[in-house]
Design a protein around this ligand. Structure first.
Ligand SMILES: [Mn+2]
Length: 320
C-alpha cells in the first residue's frame, strides 16, 4: 500500500489517536507532532498519546507539550495512526486503548514491520517516518509551516544520523531544502539535540568507552553500560543514546554492539549498528528483536557475561 491508501483512509475519519513507540526518539516525536498538526489543519480532531515521556532534548519542539501520557476522558477516536512501529507491542501501554473496531493506520519504514494495521503503508526504502509524513502533506497539498518543519527536520535528521547513513537519498535532501525554506534554522535544531548533553551523560560515555573491546579481526566492536555506571555517574538513560556510534566509527568495524543493563530483572538491552555489509535486522531477529538492516535492537535475558557470549557468537556467524 502507498501514500494514496493512507490518504483515502484519513479522509474517512474525523477523530484520531496518534502514537509511536516506547522510548521515543527524534523520528517518533517529530513525525507524531507533524501528523497531528496536519490533521488539525484539515479540520480533524487528533490527540497524541505515548507510553513514555518526550526526551528532554526534544521538548523545544512546539507541539511536544501536547503529547499525552495518559488517555484523556471521553476521547472516542475512530482511527489510530501508528508511526515508526514495526508491531503493535512497540506502542507499549497505548495498545491497551485501541479497540477491536478502531481502524489502525500503520505508517512505518522498518523492514521488520508485520503489517499489523487495517491500512498499512510500510516503505523500508524511506529514511524515516518523518519523510513519509512529509509525503502526506504533499498528498493533501498542505504547505508545511515552520513548527511542522522543525518537527520533520528533527525526525529526518536523527534517523539519518545527520544525513550520513545509507538511508539518506536525494529525495531526503530535497525535502530538507523545502523544510529550510519554511524558515527553520538547521544549526539551531542540531545544537539543541546534539550539543546540550549533561556532564553526567558525558561522564557515562567515558565509563562506557573503557569497556570497549574488538574481536581479533577488528570487525566487531562492543561496549557496555552497566547499572553501576548509571548509578555512579547519575547519567540519564537518554544519555546512553549515541554511545554505540563510537564503536561503529572505528576503522574496520562492521558490527557495533552496545549492551545495556536494565532494571532489576536479568534483562540486557542490546543495540546493533552495521556499516552495511551485515544485516543487523536479521541478527537482532535471532533474539526476537528487529529494526533496520543497519540499526536494530533486541532484549536478551540472562547474566551479562552469558548474554555477551551468546550475542557475540551470533554476530560472528552473521559476519561469515
Ligand atoms: Mn524511524
Amino acid at each position: 500500500m502507498s501514500v494514496r491508501t493512507v490518504k483515502q483512509a484519513i479522509k474517512k475519519f474525523n477523530k484520531f489517536l496518534i502514537t509511536s513507540h516506547i522510548n521515543p526518539e527524534g523520528d517518533s516525536i517529530g513525525s507524531q507532532i507533524a501528523m497531528a498538526s496536519l490533521l488539525k489543519r484539515m479540520g480533524k480532531e487528533a490527540i497524541m498519546l505515548d507510553d513514555s515521556p518526550v526526551p528532554q532534548v526534544m521538548r523545544f519542539l512546539s507541539g511536544s507539550e501536547e503529547i499525552f501520557k495518559e488517555m484523556p476522558n471521553n476521547f472516542n477516536f475512530q482511527a489510530a495512526i501508528i508511526l515508526d512501529c514495526p508491531d503493535m507491542a512497540r506502542t507499549g501501554r497505548v495498545s491497551g486503548y485501541i479497540k477491536k473496531e478502531t481502524a489502525i493506520i500503520n505508517i512505518d519504514h522498518h523492514i521488520s514491520n508485520v503489517n499489523f494495521g487495517k491500512f498499512n503503508w510500510v516503505d523500508p526504502e524511506t529514511s524515516s517516518a518523518g519523510e513519509m509524513v512529509y509525503d502526506l502533506f504533499k498528498a493533501f497539498k498542505v504547505k508545511v509551516n515552520i513548527e511542522e518543519a522543525a518537527a520533520l527536520y528533527t525526525a529526518i535528521m536523527t534517523d539519518t544520523g545527520s544525513f550520513r547513513y545509507s538511508n539518506t537519498s536525494s529525495k531526503t535532501h530535497r525535502i530538507i531544502a523545502e523544510l529550510i525554506e519554511s524558515g527553520i534554522r538547521p544549526h539551531e535544531i542540531h545544537t539543541k539535540i546534539y550539543e546540550t548533553s549533561s556532564v553526567q551523560d558525558t561522564n557515562l560515555l567515558g565509563e562506557a568507552l573503557q569497556t570497549m573491546k574488538l574481536t581479533d579481526d577488528g570487525k566487531i566492536g562492543w561496549l557496555w553500560v552497566t547499572k553501576e555506571m548509571l548509578k555512579k555517574t547519575k547519567a540519564s538513560l537518554e544519555g546512553t543514546e549515541g554511545i554505540i556510534n563510537f564503536a561503529r566509527s572505528i576503522d574496520g568495524v562492521e558490527i557495533a554492539i552496545l549492551f545495556r543493563e536494565t532494571g532489576t530483572e536479568d534483562r540486557v538491552k542490546v543495540s546493533f549498528r552495521s556499516k552495511g555489509k551485515v544485516d543487523v535486522n536479521k541478527l537482532a531477529g535471532v533474539f526476537g528483536g528487529g529494526g533496520h538492516p543497519t540499526a536494530s535492537g533486541c532484549s536478551v535475558f540472562g547474566k551479562p557475561e552469558d548474554v555477551e557470549k551468546k550475542v557475540l557468537e551470533q554476530a560472528k556467524r552473521a559476519l561469515q
